[in-house]
Design a protein around this ligand. Structure first.
Ligand code: PMP
Length: 460
C-alpha cells in the first residue's frame, strides 16, 4: 500500500533502468504495474491499461494464469534446482526438450537450454564454431547478421545484433559481420518491395564472396525484426536467404525469440516465411514470460556433429532450470490445449489486419504492416514521399507513445515507428479498444505536432 509517489522516488534513487530515463519517464515517474489479467494491466493508481506489447513480446498466453503459478510452486517444493551437467538430468528438462522437438519443424529435434534469449544466442556462436571445428574446418568462424537486427544484450548477442548504440557501449566480439536489413519503406528507394527483398538477400551472397565461403560459419536473422521496429520482410527475402545458405553450406540460425510460439500465426516464424533453419533461438513466449528460460533448438545433423566432437564445454547454471522448465511446459500445454496459436491466426486475419491497415489512412501514418499479431506503423510527415521528420529520429515516435500511454494503451516506439505485439489471447472486442485508443493517440499526437510546428520533412 505504499503510495505511488514514494515508490517512484525509491525507483529513481536505487533502481537503475536507464531506458526509462531516456524517455524522461524516470523524472516524471515510471508507472508501477501491480498485476495483470488477460491483456490488461493494473497500475498502482488503479488504471487499467491495455497491453499492446505482451510485456516485452513475452506474455503470449496472457496474464494471470494460475496454473503456471501452481506448477511452479509444486516444482519448487519437489526439486527447486538441479543441473544437467554431470550424469544427472531431471524430468522437467527431459519433458520440455521432448515437447519442443515435437513442436519444432523438420529435424529440429535437440534442445540446449539457456536462461534467456541472449544466452541462447551466445550458445549459438559457440555451437556453430564448434560444428565447423569438428568438421575439420576451424577457420569457418564468422557469423553474418543484419544491421538493425537484435539478438540480445550479452557481448555475443549484442555483437550479433546490428544496433550501433549497443556496439558503441563496450565494443563487440570479433568474427561478426553485418549486411543490410530488408526494410523497404525506409531504404527501398524506387525499387518494388519484391525487388528490394531480393537485393537485400543477395547482399548475403556478396558478403560471403567478399569474406570467402570457407571463413563463414552461419547466418543469423529474426524472421521478423522485432526490436528493430517490426520490419516485415518482402516475401522474396527469406527463400533467397535460404537458397544462398544452402549454396555455400552455411548454417542458418533463425532467432525466434519473438516470432516463436504463435506470434506470427504459426508455431514458429520460420514456418510463416517458409524456411528450414539449422538452429532456432527461443525464449520469451516459451514460458510466456512467467519464468526466465531460453534455448537453442538444433537439427539432427548439427547435434550429431557437435556431439561427436567430445565435450562441448558450454553450459549455464540455470540451463533447463526445473522450475522454469516446468512452467514452460505448462505454458505450451495451455497454448496447445486452448488452440491459442490458431486463435492468434484467426483474430489477426482478417479482424485485426483490416483495422490495422486502415490506420494507414491517418495523416500521420505511412505504411501499416502486420503479420499474425505483430504489427508496425511508420509515422511520416509525407507518405507519398516516404519522408522522415526533420526532428531527431524517435522524437515523434516518443510523443506518439506517450499519447498512447496517457490513453492507457501500451505501444512501443522504435524511432518514428510504432509497434504492437499483444497477448495472443486478445479478443475482437479488445482489438476494437486497441484500435480506438491508438487512433485517439495518433490524433492527439498529430494535433500536438501541428501546434509545435514539427510536421516538417527532413531534407535531402
Ligand atoms: N533475440 C531476439 C530476437 C529478441 O527480441 C531478444 C529480446 N528482445 C533477444 C534475442 C534477447 O533475449 P533476452 O532479452 O531474453 O536475453
Amino acid at each position: 500500500n505504499t503510495p505511488t509517489a514514494e515508490l517512484q522516488k525509491l525507483d529513481a534513487a536505487h533502481h537503475f533502468h536507464p531506458f526509462t530515463d531516456k524517455a524522461g519517464l524516470a523524472k516524471k515517474g515510471a508507472r508501477v504495474i501491480l498485476r495483470g489479467e488477460g491483456c490488461w494491466l493494473t497500475d498502482s493508481e488503479g488504471h487499467r491499461i491495455l497491453d499492446g506489447m505482451a510485456g516485452l513480446w513475452c506474455v503470449n498466453i496472457g496474464y494471470g494464469r494460475r496454473e503456471l503459478g501452481e506448477v511452479a510452486a509444486r516444482q519448487m517444493m519437489e526439486l527447486p534446482y538441479y543441473n544437467t551437467f554431470f550424469q544427472t538430468t531431471h524430468v522437467p528438462a527431459i519433458a520440455l526438450a521432448a515437447k519442443l522437438a515435437e513442436l519444432a519443424p523438420g529435424d529440429l529435434n535437440h534442445v540446449f537450454f539457456a536462461g534467456s534469449g541472449s544466452e541462447a544466442n551466445d550458445t549459438n556462436i559457440r555451437l556453430v564454431r564448434r560444428y565447423w571445428q569438428v568438421k575439420g574446418q576451424p577457420e569457418r568462424r564468422i557469423l553474418i547478421a543484419r544491421w538493425n537486427g537484435y539478438h540480445g544484450s550479452t557481448m555475443g548477442g549484442g555483437s550479433l545484433g546490428g544496433m550501433k548504440p549497443i556496439h558503441a557501449h563496450g565494443g563487440r566480439i570479433d568474427g561478426v559481420e553485418h549486411i543490410g536489413q530488408p526494410y523497404w519503406w525506409g531504404e527501398g528507394g524506387d525499387m518494388s518491395e519484391d525487388e528490394f527483398g531480393l537485393m537485400r538477400a543477395r547482399e548475403l551472397e556478396e558478403k560471403i564472396l567478399e569474406l570467402g565461403a570457407d571463413k563463414v560459419a552461419a547466418f543469423i536473422g529474426e524472421p521478423v525484426q522485432g526490436a528493430g521496429g517490426v520490419i516485415i520482410p518482402p516475401k522474396t527475402y527469406w527463400p533467397e536467404i535460404q537458397r544462398i545458405c544452402r549454396k555455400y553450406g552455411i548454417l542458418l540460425i533463425a532467432d525466434e525469440v519473438i516470432t516463436g510460439f504463435g506470434r506470427t500465426g504459426n508455431w514458429f516464424g520460420s514456418q510463416t516465411f517458409g524456411i528450414t533453419p539449422d538452429i532456432m533461438t527461443i525464449a520469451k513466449g516459451l514460458s510466456s514470460g512467467y519464468a526466465p528460460i531460453g534455448g537453442s533448438i538444433i537439427s539432427d545433423e548439427v547435434a550429431e556433429v557437435v556431439g561427436s566432437g567430445g565435450d562441448f564445454n558450454h553450459g549455464y547454471t540455470y540451463s533447463g532450470h526445473p522450475v522454469a522448465a516446468a512452467v514452460a511446459l505448462e505454458n505450451l500445454r495451455i497454448l496447445q490445449d486452448e488452440n491459442i496459436v490458431e486463435h492468434a491466426a484467426n483474430v489477426a486475419h482478417p479482424y485485426l489486419a483490416e483495422r490495422w491497415a486502415k490506420l494507414a489512412d491517418h495523416p500521420l501514418v505511412g505504411e501499416a504492416k502486420l503479420v499474425g499479431l505483430m504489427g508496425s506503423i511508420v509515422l511520416t510527415p509525407n507518405k507519398a514521399r516516404r519522408a522522415r521528420f526533420a526532428s531527431e529520429e524517435g522524437t515523434v515516435g516518443l510523443r506518439a507513445r506517450e499519447r498512447c500511454f496517457a490513453n492507457d494503451l501500451i505501444m512501443r516506439h522504435v524511432g518514428d515507428r510504432m509497434i504492437i505485439s499483444p497477448p495472443l489471447v486478445i479478443t475482437p472486442a479488445e482489438i476494437d479498444v486497441l484500435i480506438d485508443r491508438a487512433t485517439k493517440s495518433l490524433d492527439e499526437c498529430y494535433a500536438g505536432l501541428k501546434q509545435d510546428g514539427l510536421l516538417v520533412e527532413k531534407q535531402g
